[in-house]
Design a protein around this ligand. Structure first.
Ligand SMILES: CC(C)(COP(=O)(O)OP(=O)(O)OC[C@H]1O[C@@H](n2cnc3c(N)ncnc32)[C@H](O)[C@@H]1OP(=O)(O)O)[C@@H](O)C(=O)NCCC(=O)NCCS
Length: 119
């Protein structure tokens, strides 16, 4: 699986500084190119959270992927991750539903919310 990654940088006093990163990978819902969605992920460095960066970065990435021809941009997040759910809502994503017991991690298998941003 190819995973694309981007740095999120912010300019402050003339200097560019890394404040987080974004990723995206393809998810296929059928064999045709028009069945390809891109699933995105984000991490904002702790000291830069709560400043709108997560919302803006995810909106900009969705818009860039739409400009590249991707109709469906999706994001999945743990049902307890309120910050990401609010960031996705602010970025223009729509909540679609919950995937039960979808993601296994060290502390167990978690339910995931699915959100999407359409071109
Ligand atoms: C989730 C994350 C990307 C959000 O980025 P951010 O830059 O802090 O988000 P924003 O500042 O754009 O805030 C977005 C919304 O979340 C809210 N929010 C931010 N931190 C919050 C928190 N800890 N708890 C509840 N809400 C929170 C903001 O108030 C804002 O809500 P509003 O739009 O209704 O005003 C960031 O917290 C992060 O990197 N977390 C760790 C990694 C992670 O969870 N990634 C997503 C995995 S799927």
């Amino acid at each position: 699986m190819t995973i694309f990654r981007w740095l999120i940088e912010m300019q402050s006093a003339g200097q560019w500084q890394e404040v987080g990163n974004l990723s995206a990978h393809a998810v296929w819902y059928g064999p045709t190119e028009s069945s390809k969605a891109m699933n995105i992920g984000i991490s904002v460095l702790e000291e830069f959270r709560g400043q709108g960066i997560g919302s803006i970065a995810q909106r900009l990435l969705a818009e860039e992927l739409h400009a590249q021809g991707v109709v469906r941009v999706e994001a999945s997040t743990d049902v307890i991750n309120i910050a990401e759910q609010r960031a996705l809502k602010s970025a223009g994503f729509i909540y679609e539903g919950t995937l039960r017991k979808a993601q296994g991690r060290a502390d167990g298998v978690h339910d995931l919310q699915v959100w999407s941003h359409l071109s």
